[in-house]
Design a protein around this ligand. Structure first.
Ligand code: COA
Length: 170
């Protein structure tokens, strides 16, 4: 038997409408209590990408190629780069978390958008996501506070950025 027989192959690709039910399940299963890990339902947006393994979608990311107001409304020490892009939501199915799928997905996004900074908001209580983003080259650069946001009172999240060309040798 080949040594590679048990190696799982992950495929990165743009989503198709057929993926939506599974993506919704992943989204729903990651809502924890009221202030869950994910805020906001999936919407009709073309900029979703998925990871497929054994013909099943196991992760998705939603990338906005224009920065939303929530970024501009964040308090930051440094100016926001207007050409930056924004990760609105990233999620891995619960049974596949912690095995490199999220990092694989991000690596593909970094390859797709090599020359722009990438922004993401991370809820103040989402330690896993903060560590995940730090590990993937993001660093905190600001914060966003709203008295009410997605039904949550005193909503606080950090703005993270991954600078363009992070990790590349000069
Ligand atoms: C956050 C999330 C996308 C990370 O994806 P993942 O596939 O589980 O992450 P990876 O396996 O690629 O982990 C990469 C790094 O993230 C950190 N990390 C991941 N899961 C972690 C956990 N449970 N606890 C602490 N650190 C964790 C580690 O630093 C890890 O590196 P290591 O394996 O060398 O220790 C995934 O856990 C998820 O979908 N969570 C629920 C939804 C969510 O919170 N999305 C983010 C909203 S901003």
């Amino acid at each position: 038997m080949s040594r590679d027989t048990n190696k799982k192959t992950r495929i990165f690709r743009p989503f198709t409408p057929d993926d939506f039910p599974v993506m919704k399940e992943i989204n729903f299963s990651n809502h924890i209590d009221q202030g869950g890990a994910l805020f906001g339902a999936l919407h009709d947006d073309p900029n979703y990408f998925v990871v497929e393994q054994d013909k099943h979608v196991i992760a998705y990311v939603n990338v906005l190629e224009e920065l939303p107001d929530k970024v501009r409304m964040s308090r930051c020490a440094d100016p926001i780069h207007p050409g930056g892009i924004y990760v609105k939501q990233v999620a891995v199915s619960r049974s596949h978390q912690g095995s490199g799928t999220g990092s694989f997905l991000y690596q593909k996004i970094f390859e797709r958008y090599p020359s722009v900074p990438i922004y993401a908001h991370i809820h103040a209580s989402n330690r896993t996501s903060a560590l995940f983003h730090l590990k993937n080259g993001f660093a905190p650069c600001g914060l966003f506070y709203a008295k009410k946001h997605y039904g949550q009172e005193h909503y606080l999240c950090f703005l993270f950025v991954r600078e363009a060309g992070y990790g590349q040798k000069t």
